[in-house]
Write a protein that binds this ligand. Structure first.
Ligand SMILES: [Fe+2]
Length: 279
């Protein structure tokens, strides 16, 4: 949107004083340009110089009409912000989809965790901004697995102690990766703590109860839900009922009881949350 045009900008022919005002230089400077031949000028019958506005562009003047933007309104700024966030989320969704494909056992895991976590977040009354952070953390919670070899991620059967030790590094690695990105720093701590336990016996920091961020407590429950609901090489996926029963058993020890209650309320009898598609 162009600024309301000023008098001088719309004038095609200017005297040296007006040209100097537009260029924010002295009248003498304009005259020097004219005398040196760098700026074309015409002389009036009275001997005064006149210059054409278009010729000023030849010595570096750019009209405000071309460059000045009306300041954004709050609504414009909100819309720009939302566009940036949408782009960021789409990029992260594509990235995590690619990352999940390395893990043949849990392909689609991040998207499913995002769906169910969002439903729990809504059930808990989180604000739009909080839901946005929860979404980013859910999509990125296992990003630290990028450093784990596919032979371990896709290994049929139980992991050895050494392999399990390596897999357990992923919350810490993920927290460090995301902590290095300014726009995502707020979710780095959630990623680091999504394997903490409510009773303090989780990893990597042994946090307990409300010391663990709410988003990490939500993702911790949902990640286990998705794990139990997935077919593995050494066992079949558990039914929805069995999965919920198993999670309920660990309420108050491994999981935050409040989050567990909201998971129960969110997952319908047919195994689908109101929005999530659970495979
Ligand atoms: Fe994880």
């Amino acid at each position: 949107m162009a600024k309301k045009k000023t008098d001088l900008i719309t004038r095609e022919i200017l005297n040296t004083r007006e040209a100097a005002a537009l260029l924010k230089v002295t009248t003498q400077t304009i005259k020097n340009y004219i005398y040196s031949g760098k700026l074309k000028a015409i002389k009036t019958p009275g001997g005064h110089h006149r210059v054409r506005r278009v010729d000023l562009e030849g010595i570096g003047f750019i009209s405000e009409e071309d460059t000045y933007q009306v300041p954004l309104t709050p609504a414009d700024m909100l819309s720009s912000y939302e566009t940036i966030v949408k782009t960021l989320v789409s990029t992260i969704e594509a990235f995590t989809k690619a990352l999940d494909m390395r893990d043949v056992i849990f392909t689609g895991h991040s998207a499913r965790v995002d769906n169910i976590s969002s439903s729990i977040g809504k059930s808990m009354g989180l604000s739009d901004k909080e839901l946005q952070d929860l979404k980013l953390a859910s999509l990125l919670h296992d990003v630290g697995k990028v450093g784990i070899s596919e032979s371990i991620l896709g290994k049929p059967g139980q992991l050895t102690d050494q392999e399990f030790f390596l897999v357990k590094q992923h919350p810490e690695i993920g927290g460090k990766i995301i902590g290095g990105i300014d726009q995502l720093r707020s979710v780095a701590s959630t990623i680091r703590h999504h394997h903490e336990r409510f009773d303090g016996r989780g990893y990597p920091d042994g946090l307990a109860g409300s010391e663990i961020e709410l988003y990490a407590r939500i993702i911790g429950v949902v990640e286990t839900y998705d794990y139990l609901r997935s077919d593995l090489s050494f066992r079949k996926a558990a039914s929805v009922d069995d999965t919920l029963r198993e999670i309920k058993k660990c309420s108050g020890t491994q999981f935050d009881p409040e989050v567990v209650e909201h998971l129960m309320a969110t997952i319908g009898n047919d195994g689908n949350s109101s929005e999530a598609v659970i495979h």
